[in-house]
Design a protein around this ligand. Structure first.
Ligand code: AMP
Ligand code: ZN
Length: 475
């Protein structure tokens, strides 16, 4: 079955079919690396991860490109305040981003290009736009895209050309950072920014003098380099629809004469008390802040996928607690089904991969829900309702289909009873003892269980039991 999602460009739900009939090529706007990403950012990256995994589970090969914005006003300003080079500063936050992505079980993109390593490609695209009359240099050494030269401007976001007075607000209604450069029309946007004193040493030579690329051009230049003039899907949070993606379409079409992407995929925001979670509002949570409060990465991921991607999701601690109960219930359901099949946990873990058939299995309805505009909440509900039938009358095909569904959702279950310990933090030796102890308890071998508890204590960890599992805490 083909996966379908809402295409912002057409305003309709469409089946995702790779243009080359083989590999689905998707580009997602990546993070600006000037601090830790917050879990609102991760909602968007996780939704894109679920899309990629679902496409893989449907049998497609996926080429996933996600950029790193490692030069802009914020990265330059903060690195200069700290007195370190831009590269040293952004590397630190890029590494942190990768670590957080791995904790949240996000697959690494196929290619992850950095803006500063593609300056030549960006200058080339800007030069082409100047040469064909779609852009103009200004006296301060900046170059602007001439919106009036592209009659189709506004097609993606639905902005009326006559109402387009300024690029001051994005499609989430937030102020864009002010552009204080000279331009013919307030709506024109910077492709290249002439060097200013506050840029310090962060500049590159160009045909228009020293300066640096504007934000929008990096995605057009890098998507073109790694995916071609036209590729399948371009994604981002809804705030990127205007002006960022609108500007990308304008630049790319005017530079190549071709439509850059066929499908435009936008996800709604993570909210806190009715407002978008964002750094500027100061209402954010980072992954580390939630881990410190005792929530596990699996719980956080589950909570972030539990709402439909096109609807805003309200962040609550209750949502995280509910995610924990859901994961425990799911793990228990899977473990009891495995017992019936005489399968061990590691046998099941090998099935968490793409490749299984869904047709005719107990999990076909859940798979269909996922394929239908990525309806994760509906798919999760259907998975839960099939756990009893799985135990009662499931087949090897059903178990394999469940494994592929969990792959698509990026849910990694802790089938060994440990429901709040992330294997990242707990030494493997302690985990082994804790698993053995849990098994001893299940076997009613309490003497062995007590013995193992003491051994775990001597290694500096306490075991806390709940009704359905255990957790480990450092003492
Ligand atoms: P940035 O690092 O600010 O460029 O943002 C990275 C990604 O996170 C972009 O796709 C944004 O649209 C997205 N994003 C930012 N805030 C939120 C939020 N509160 N909820 C969901 N996505 C967000
Ligand atoms: Zn972008």
């Amino acid at each position: 079955m083909n996966v379908s999602v809402n295409n912002t460009l057409s305003g309709r739900k469409e089946e995702l079919v790779p243009e080359d009939g083989n590999t689905f090529r998707m580009y997602c706007c990546g993070p600006t690396v000037y601090g830790p990403a917050h879990i609102g950012n991760f909602r968007t990256f996780i939704v894109q991860d679920v899309l990629r995994r679902t496409l893989e589970a449907s049998g497609l090969k996926v080429k996933h490109v996600r950029n790193v914005t490692d030069v802009d006003d914020k990265t330059i300003r903060t690195s200069r305040e700290l007195g370190i080079s831009l590269g040293e500063f952004t590397k630190k936050w890029e590494d942190k981003f990768h670590k957080d992505c791995a904790s949240l079980n996000l697959l690494p993109p196929t290619v992850e290009p950095r803006a500063t390593e593609h300056i030549a490609e960006q200058i080339k695209m800007v030069s082409d736009l100047v040469a064909n009359g779609h852009a103009y240099p200004s006296p301060d050494g900046s170059v602007y895209f001439k919106i009036s030269s592209f009659p189709e401007y506004g097609r993606l976001s639905g902005f009326e050309r006559e109402n387009l007075a300024t690029q001051a607000f994005n499609s989430a209604g937030e102020a864009n950072s002010a552009d204080e450069y000279e331009r013919d029309n307030v709506a024109d946007f910077a492709l290249w920014k002439g060097r200013k004193p506050e840029d310090g040493d962060n500049f590159w030579e160009s045909p228009w003098g020293e300066g640096r690329p504007g934000w929008h051009i990096e995605c057009s230049a890098m998507s073109r380099k790694y995916l071609g003039d036209t590729f399948d899907l371009h994604g981002g949070g809804i705030d990127l629809c205007f002006p960022h993606h609108e500007n990308e379409i304008a630049q790319s079409m005017c530079a190549t004469g071709k439509e850059p992407a066929k499908y435009w995929f936008h996800s709604a925001h993570l909210m806190v008390e009715g407002k978008k979670m964002s750094k500027s509002l100061g209402n954010l949570y980072t992954l580390d802040q939630l881990l410190e409060k005792g929530y596990s990465p699996a719980q956080i991921r589950y909570a972030l996928i539990s709402g439909h991607y096109r609807q805003q999701l309200n962040f609550t601690f209750k949502g995280l607690d509910d995610a924990k109960s859901a994961l425990t219930k799911l793990s228990k359901g899977v473990v009891s089904a495995l017992e019936k099949f005489g399968m061990g946990n590691s046998d099941f873990e090998k099935l968490v991969k793409p490749g299984a058939k869904f047709e005719g299995t107990l999990f076909e309805p859940a798979w269909n829900a996922l394929c239908d505009d990525l309806n994760v909440p509906k798919a999760l509900g259907m998975i839960f309702s099939e756990l009893s039938p799985l135990r009662e009358k499931g087949t090897a095909g059903d178990i394999a289909a469940l494994g592929a569904l969990l792959y698509a959702l990026g849910i990694s279950l802790s089938l060994d009873g440990c429901d709040s310990c992330s294997s990242d933090d707990i030494p493997e030796e302690v985990m082994e003892l804790a698993r053995a102890r849990w098994q001893a308890k299940k076997d009613r071998n309490f003497a062995l269980a007590d013995d193992l508890r003491q051994k775990i204590l001597s290694l500096g960890y306490a075991v806390l039991d709940s009704k359905d599992g255990f957790s480990l805490e450092r003492r």
